[in-house]
Design a protein around this ligand. Structure first.
Ligand SMILES: [Zn+2]
Length: 279
């Protein structure tokens, strides 16, 4: 077949459902056990049989971490479409769909509230909003969250769940990496703790900037964490990658992470770490 006329084969759908689906019963993507949905949700969306961590939304994450009600920050920031970008569909339409699907304005929610009795700023990313990609709004909100933490002398926790920079905003999205890193460095100079929580998946520009800059980098079990995907790496180096490559446990073993913590222990663990760092 001529190279130029090669037909596109659609990518195969991943049958491993990572978010708890709707309905009365759910099937665990890992152990294939049929579970009562309420039991899974009550268990913080962790499979009670095998410990598989389903993906959770940003509001669920904030509810799980904060002791009670919290104050949302910069909720009015919304993405513009500076490049008038169109791929398989216009970027403006993607933004609209993302908002309709998730009911949140962009791929991150930043909030201030009480975490184990301590006031803290927490940012949680939303994967269902264009793959949790980091555009100008995500970059600006995380930067402002760090600046709020600095101004009020509060610790900062960022929970990442992202496919990386938002390519529909081109270079503008890449510039967020430098902006957030600079804000975090000011936080560091002020000796305020920043804890980075990496959840499935954390890749691309997010891993290459703030997700790996925590005073502690904590991951959930089995999370995919990396810069480029395994297939791209395999094709580049022409070698088979080792088992479990780019998963939390592998990265912990190779010194890229400080802790891998089960979601059911996460809050307790973060509170303990913050208390230690703030003392
Ligand atoms: Zn399971």
């Amino acid at each position: 077949m001529a190279w130029f006329r090669r037909e596109h084969t659609p990518l195969s759908r991943n049958d491993l459902e990572s978010r708890v689906p709707e309905g009365l019963w759910v099937k665990c993507g890992s152990c294939k056990e049929i579970l009562y949905r309420k039991d899974v949700v009550k268990n913080l969306s962790v499979c009670p049989k095998c410990g598989f961590h389903f993906r959770i939304s940003a509001p669920e994450r904030l509810e799980m971490l904060f002791d009670g009600p919290y104050e949302e920050l910069d909720a009015s920031l919304v993405s513009a479409d500076p490049l008038k970008f169109v791929d398989t569909k216009p970027y403006a339409k993607r933004l609209q769909d993302g908002r309709a699907k998730t009911n949140i304005p962009d791929a991150v929610i930043c909030a201030v509230g009480s975490l184990g009795g301590m006031k803290a700023v927490v940012a949680a990313m939303e994967y269902a909003f264009i793959g949790g990609s980091m555009g100008v709004v995500v970059g600006e909100k995380v930067t402002r969250a760090a600046e709020r933490a600095l101004a009020d002398r509060l610790p900062l926790v960022v929970v990442s769940c992202s496919g990386g920079a938002r390519m529909m905003e081109g270079t503008l999205s890449l510039m967020q990496m430098a902006k957030i890193s600079a804000a975090l460095s000011r936080l560091h100079d002020a000796r305020l703790p920043f804890l980075s929580v990496l959840t499935d998946p954390t890749t691309g520009g997010v891993t290459a900037s703030y997700a790996m800059l925590g005073d502690l980098n904590v991951a959930e079990p089995g999370a995919l964490i990396g810069f480029a995907g395994p297939r791209v790496i395999e094709q580049t180096i022409r070698q088979k990658l080792p088992e479990g490559f780019q998963r939390s446990e592998f990265l912990l073993e190779h010194g890229m992470l400080d802790m891998v913590v089960d979601r059911r222990e996460l809050k307790k663990s973060l509170v303990r770490s913050l208390k230690f760092l703030l003392d």
